[in-house]
Design a protein around this ligand. Structure first.
Ligand code: ADP
Length: 562
């Protein structure tokens, strides 16, 4: 029997495990591994920075709904650059397997090139971090890595691949490649707790469901819809939980979220956490009864004690709940539709939405407001567009203006508010769904973190349309004005009127510079028609006022949450 190299074992194992893409800033000691992946039919994507590579892979996995893209990184600094992307995957609860190259184990401590033991670095940033110490173990390390990343609460895994392990030859007979086995368990909930939850929902006067991005993984989309419609129960979502039920569903109360949270007597939490996004649960009424469904037992009761806490996968648990409710819900939806709870929320939603609409109409000023820019984008994009939003002002405004209609088509700065994810996330989303449009709406500060990856987009033919919300700095002028008004230098403000779109011209992409609202849609049309990655730089007012939910003006805000 022939010998096989460690790097070939990696490539063959990844192929068996369903990986379709690897990404990297290629370098030693992983060059042979990347080439071997290409030979196995796994598409290698060459990036400009490992941080972006890891973020792109995490987003591609989220958009695809499974682990399909694996970063394979050059040693030392190439590996340490992965840290922020790993943290993003961890905080967003997204599956990710990162393979880090490492100098040969037999030179440990002797001063080899780019020596770094990544395992202790990544342990706090991952579900599992380990060194693959011999070629025969490569298949099971990788299989366990994928299973760990995708099972339970998804998250990142880091595996160190030393040069001597990658380059050594082993008798092929000693290698057993992983079986293409989806070992992810989808545990159901405790039937007694399901009964209690059903009882609470049947007796609720003002029930509310809150949907988060944790529902991505088992895809209980029809169950979510059936539950809300059978009970006539209003729902709202976390920032990325949008689109699993379309935002234009009559029971979606995203535009009346404060009233919905304050007024609900029973709240059903599915695949979401009462973390800072929901102000640690403090926006719910003090006596609100909570039903919490989460696959991670340690999440149950964090910040707010639930009346019923169900540990399980959201899909079987919702099916159990629907089964329990069956035969008891006759007429409930009709009664709910007439109830003061639902009609009151609908009125509030209409009031808030029309307030914002008035605000756009008034907002013909130049330079343009972020809201006006977003309204033009909203009116242009088809329903199945994946929208990536990254920044501060544009993130808050995006929440108010741009809806989502399909599962996992909304990506943004996410659970840890990471600035700079926008350019690579949009690449990942486009790789996951090449036939669907992807737009990245990105503040000028956030854009700067990974702007060079537009070259990656062109070289690999990943036609994302980027729109830069260019308000000349971090949060426009708002934070600098508020915190250091007399400072003589532009610390948080950048050089005025930077023509960022010219960068993509250097890479051979399509560029547009837009100052007037009516020019946005024609520019977007030309960008999509170019068939290439495109960059539309939109000049905005750095001091644009920010409207509250009802469209009433607020002064410049020093900080924003979303
Ligand atoms: P969001 O930002 O949308 O509120 P988070 O990422 O904060 O969402 O939380 C997602 C939650 O979903 C996590 O607590 C995670 O444990 C949970 N989760 C992930 N997958 C599943 C699943 N299959 N079933 C139930 N809960 C899940």
């Amino acid at each position: 029997m022939a010998d096989i190299a460690g790097y070939s074992i990696v490539a063959k194992s990844l192929k068996r495990l369903g990986v379709t893409h690897v990404c990297s800033v290629p370098g030693g000691p992983v060059l042979e591994t990347i080439a071997a992946c290409g030979e196995e039919g796994i598409r290698p994507i060459g990036m400009r920075n490992e941080q972006a590579a890891v973020m792109m892979a995490a987003a591609q996995n989220y958009s695809a709904g499974k682990l399909v893209c694996v970063p394979i990184l050059a040693s030392g600094p190439g590996v340490s650059n992965a840290a922020t992307g790993m943290l993003v995957a961890k905080d967003n609860c997204w599956p990710l397997l990162v393979l880090g190259g490492r100098s040969a184990l037999n030179t440990r401590g002797l001063g080899p090139f780019q020596e770094l033991d990544g395992v202790p670095v990544f342990r706090p940033l991952s579900k599992w971090a380990e060194t693959v110490d011999r070629p025969t173990r490569i298949p099971d390390f990788l299989a366990r890595g994928v299973l760990t990343a995708t099972s339970g609460r998804p998250g990142p895994v880091f595996l160190d691949l030393p040069q001597d392990v990658l380059l050594s030859q082993t008798d092929e007979e000693r290698i057993t490649l992983p079986h293409p086995y989806d070992g992810v368990a989808r545990p159901a909930g405790d039937p007694e707790l399901i009964k209690e939850a059903a009882e609470l929902l049947l007796n609720a006067e003002s029930p509310l469901m809150i949907v988060g991005k944790g529902v991505r993984w088992s895809e209980p989309f029809s169950e979510l819809r059936e539950l809300t419609e059978t009970l006539g129960m209003p729902f709202l979502t976390s920032p990325m939980g949008r689109g699993f039920i379309p935002d234009d569903h009559p029971l979606c109360m995203g535009a009346a979220r404060s009233m919905a949270q304050r007024g609900a007597d029973v709240v059903l939490l599915v695949g979401t956490r009462l973390n800072w996004t929901f102000r640690l649960g403090t926006e719910l009424g003090p006596d609100t009864k909570i039903i919490q469904i989460d696959i991670d037992p340690t999440e149950i009761g964090l910040n707010r004690q639930p009346t019923v806490g169900i540990v399980g996968d959201v899909k079987p648990v919702l099916q159990q709940l629907l089964g329990e409710l069956q035969g008891h819900t006759s007429g409930m939806a009709e009664r709910a539709a007439e109830s003061p709870w639902v009609t009151g929320l609908q009125e509030k939603r209409t009031e808030n939405e029309s307030g914002l609409e008035n605000f756009y109409i008034q907002a013909d000023q130049l330079p343009m407001t972020p809201h006006r820019m977003l309204k033009e984008i909203k009116d242009f994009i088809p329903r199945d567009t994946t929208v990536v939003v990254d920044g501060n002002i544009i993130l808050g405004a995006g929440r108010q203006v741009i809806p989502s209609y399909e599962p996992a088509t909304r990506l943004n700065s996410g659970s840890n508010g990471c600035m700079g994810v926008g350019v690579p996330f949009a690449l990942g989303a486009k790789l996951a769904r090449p036939d669907k449009p992807v737009v990245g709406i990105i503040g000028d500060c956030a854009f700067g973190f990974s702007a060079m990856e537009m070259e990656t987009a062109l070289r690999h033919n990943i036609p994302v349309v980027y729109l830069i919300a260019n308000n000349d700095g971090i949060s426009g002028a708002t934070i600098q004005d508020a915190n250091m008004p007399d400072h003589p230098e532009r610390v948080m403000m950048y050089t005025e009127d930077i023509h960022y779109e010219r960068i993509i011209t250097a890479f051979g992409g399509h560029a547009e510079y837009v100052e007037r609202p009516e020019d946005i849609q024609p520019a977007m049309q030309r960008a999509f028609d170019s068939g290439k990655a495109a960059c539309i730089n939109v000049k905005l007012d750095p001091r644009a006022p920010f409207p509250g939910p009802g469209g009433q003006m607020r002064p410049h805000r020093a900080t924003l949450s979303y």
